[in-house]
Design a protein around this ligand. Structure first.
Ligand code: HEM
Length: 375
């Protein structure tokens, strides 16, 4: 079983090879929480996360060591399970700084990163408040769903009275590779997803596109910005399209995942190549054409999303899609790419129903809490 260290220069769960399962939670801080209380919560979360990622109970007393007549510290469902590659990643939403009511309760309003703002409205957005925004977030990823759920459940318990879950999302079947050692998985439209993603082995590209740098507020250096988009996929309509049409919409072949200009999965797409009738082999409205760095000023994102299926809706259609997650050095970089794809050929089969953005501070050193440099 794999174990990833919790402490380090960057938080884990970003360039960590994407695990199979996700439990993501957004939190609302309670109205009575003050600066000292917030720092205490972050300290408690940090200590618990360091234990959980090591495969330990949430506290020394844990599930079984406490008094017989008290509820156990740890809920116990991960007792016999290995660490399963668990990573726990913390983020701060715009409203943590500005306050839901405009009151600077934590004394951090002046330290808000200038780019940390709710995303603008994009064409076709159908956002729902119950899957959007949050003061704080925790991303738990693991190769075992029970381990990820156990982490969020116990961290939520620790926050009792200080912060509560606003919404949370389970995900399976990572839809991205973040390491060249990983085989490219497929999304629910049946296409390989993650082929052209940033990979941890490409250190200079990760440094350039993922980690916040000198242009940012000092406490964010070595951190990153996390965007979530809950994207409902209109599965039944997609499933009735001819394969060639599906491939045109994406810009890649369904089997190999090769660009329609030719080659194999990792060949560079060539947007200039034309077919017999003079039409470009990769449709200019395809998802890959619109999202490609050459169309968005060179920008690259680290995509780290998961498939979700939340059962079926009352009409019998699958309540399913992509819980898109990406990490980037600035929120503006995400906005530029999303703007470019908001009206691509794929958009007809999608509905963006949730949206959130968080500043992910750099990693903590041992004996330090996550986000310490902010306070
Ligand atoms: C590439 C599917 C949403 C950004 C791809 C690929 C597929 C895909 C199949 C080609 C393989 C690959 O390189 O990974 C989807 C589906 C989506 C979705 C089904 C929604 C349900 C998004 C969103 C963004 C995005 C919201 C960012 C705003 C990208 C980028 C690439 C890509 C940057 C790589 C383009 C390149 O460099 O060739 N996507 N995607 N995708 N997608 Fe998406």
């Amino acid at each position: 079983t794999t174990t990833y260290p919790f402490y380090g220069e960057h938080q884990s769960g970003i360039t960590t090879p994407a695990q199979d399962r996700l439990h993501f939670a957004a939190f609302t801080v309670s109205a009575s929480l003050d600066r000292a209380g917030l720092i205490e919560l972050l300290s408690d979360w940090t200590a618990a996360a360091a234990r959980l990622t090591a495969g330990l109970d949430v506290s020394e007393d844990g599930a079984l060591g406490g008094p017989d007549i008290a509820p156990p510290d740890d809920t116990g469902e991960a007792l016999d399970l290995p660490p399963s590659g668990l990573t726990i990643t913390f983020g701060f939403g715009p409203t943590l700084f500005t306050g839901q009511d405009g009151v600077d309760r934590f004394g951090i309003a002046a330290r808000r990163p200038p780019g940390l703002e709710r995303l603008p409205r994009f064409a076709g957005d159908a956002l729902r408040p119950e899957w959007s925004d949050g003061d704080l977030c925790i991303q738990a990823c693991a190769d075992d769903p029970q381990v990820a759920v156990h982490a969020i459940r116990n961290l939520s318990r620790i926050a009792f009275g200080r912060a509560s879950v606003a919404w949370s999302q389970l995900g399976f079947g990572r839809t991205s590779s973040t390491s060249t050692a990983q085989k490219t998985p497929r999304n629910l439209f049946g296409f390989k997803d993650g082929t052209a993603n940033l990979k941890l082995e490409d250190r200079s590209a990760v440094d350039e596109w993922v980690w916040a740098g000198g242009e940012d507020v000092d406490w964010m250096r070595g951190g990153s910005y996390l965007v979530t988009r809950k994207i409902r996929m209109i599965i039944e309509v997609w499933d009735r399209q001819q394969r060639l049409e599906q491939e045109r919409v994406i810009g890649r072949s369904k089997g190999e995942g090769a660009p329609l200009s030719g080659g194999t999965e990792f060949s560079e797409p060539d947007f200039a190549t034309t077919g017999a009738a003079g039409e470009p082999l990769i449709d200019p409205t395809s998802h890959v054409r619109r999202a490609h760095p050459s169309n968005v000023g060179g920008i690259r994102l680290l995509r780290r999303g998961y498939n979700y299926v939340d059962g079926s809706d009352p009409l019998g259609t699958l309540d399913a899609g992509l819980f898109f997650i990406s990490f980037q050095r600035s929120v503006g970089n995400f906005v530029a790419v999303q703007e470019a794809i908001a009206t691509d050929a794929l958009a007809e089969y999608l509905k963006h129903i949730g949206s959130a953005v968080f500043a992910v501070p750099p990693g903590a050193r041992e004996n330090e809490y996550i986000g310490r440099r902010l306070f």
